[in-house]
Design a binder for this molecule. Structure first.
Ligand code: DOR
Ligand code: ZN
Length: 348
């Protein structure tokens, strides 16, 4: 059967369930890109001074709203950064009054600005039980930080040591396993109760670990968790296009100035916000499942979080576009797919 490729695709307006918007001038530079592509986004709390309390989140939300382009109807959904000292009462109050959508677990030292992260998740059981009781999701950066564990194994070891025991102890807690990168994560999420879901980034669908070293060290494809072997990329692709409501869009867009990426100790993070939907569309089309992009991008996330679906629509047109080598955003930022051609173009 011959299929005629569509020349445009209209979708319910999508959301991004995992973004880093930063603060100050960088916030002002990057938030328009996310606000153009998405109706809502879950905003990560790993600022240099992390967003720990509901009051911190309210202040950060106000700064994000002030940085939005005029006329934008983008809604930032805020998160609190769990620490060993997090108070359940503050989280629950913040959740009840609409300031906090979720709480984020960074194992201490797992990634950028995570020095204040949790040293032992099981000491936070009273907080997690309170969250389970009110349906407040726990968002997890799923890597152990044990220096003896190979960096390519840190996600799989985290599942065995932390996530599987946690879900067994508290199956009613809603958990989003963020930016999954491995076959083991897909297997875990598939087998877990419906309270467990996962986000998948564009880079983990496009790249395997060869990309880090292709023709020389490639700082702009370095992120955490680091991209893995090809077998893992293929498992993530199957999960993303499977139609399972457990998988949804979360870009993990994580801008760092070009000078901070191209450095002797380069920062982890890929700035994928400007062409995020086009990047996902390429994957779904390559997999022959462009029909499932809307569920992944616009339906599964809100259903998991218990939020309404967006009413607006966006259109992707089959028009090739060349991704620029860099974007002048106050700081110079190198976008994901820099220098490549993408086959779709978002019209909003
Ligand atoms: O690559 C990453 N960058 N992974 C993270 O978990 C944090 C992020 C950042 O904030 O730069
Ligand atoms: Zn992140």
């Amino acid at each position: 059967m011959t299929q005629i490729a569509p020349t445009s695709l209209t979708l319910r307006r999508p959301d991004d369930w995992h973004v880093h918007l930063r603060d100050g001038p960088m916030l002002a530079a990057v938030v328009p890109y996310t606000a153009r592509q998405f109706a809502r986004a879950i905003v990560m709390p790993n600022l240099a001074a992390p967003v720990v309390t509901a009051a911190d989140a309210a202040g950060y939300r106000a700064r994000i709203e002030a940085a939005l382009p005029a006329g934008s109807n983008f809604t930032p959904l805020m998160t609190a950064y769990l620490t060993d000292g997090t108070e359940a009462a503050d989280l629950l109050r913040g959740h009840a009054n609409g300031v906090l959508t979720a709480a984020k677990l960074y194992p201490a030292h797992a990634t950028t600005n995570s020095a204040h992260g949790v040293t032992d998740i099981f000491t936070l059981m009273p907080v997690l039980e309170a969250m389970a009781g009110t349906g407040m999701p726990l968002l997890v950066h799923g890597e152990v930080t044990d220096a003896e564990v190979d960096i390519f194994d840190r996600e799989a070891v985290f599942i065995d040591r932390v996530l599987a025991p946690l879900v067994a102890r508290l199956p009613e807690l809603k958990v989003v396993f963020e930016h999954i990168t491995t076959q083991q994560a897909v297997d875990f999420v598939d087998a877990a109760p419906a309270t467990v879901a996962a986000t998948i980034t564009p880079q983990h669908l496009h790249l395997n670990r060869n990309a880090l070293f292709a023709g020389g060290l490639q700082p702009h494809v370095y992120c955490l968790p680091v991209v893995k072997r090809e077998q893992h990329r293929l498992a993530l692709r199957r999960a993303a296009v499977s139609g399972s409501p457990k998988y949804f869009l979360g870009t993990d867009t994580a801008p760092h100035a070009r000078s901070a990426k191209e450095a002797a100790c380069g920062c982890a993070g890929i700035f994928n916000a400007p062409y995020a939907l086009e990047s996902y569309a390429a994957v779904f089309e390559e997999e022959g499942r462009i029909d499932r992009l809307e569920g992944f991008a616009s339906e599964h996330g809100p259903r998991f979080y218990g939020l309404p679906l967006n009413e607006g629509r966006v259109t992707l047109e089959r028009v090739s576009q060349q991704v620029p080598a860099e974007l002048p955003a106050g700081e110079v930022l190198v976008p994901f797919h820099a220098g490549e051609t993408l086959g779709w173009q978002l019209r909003v």
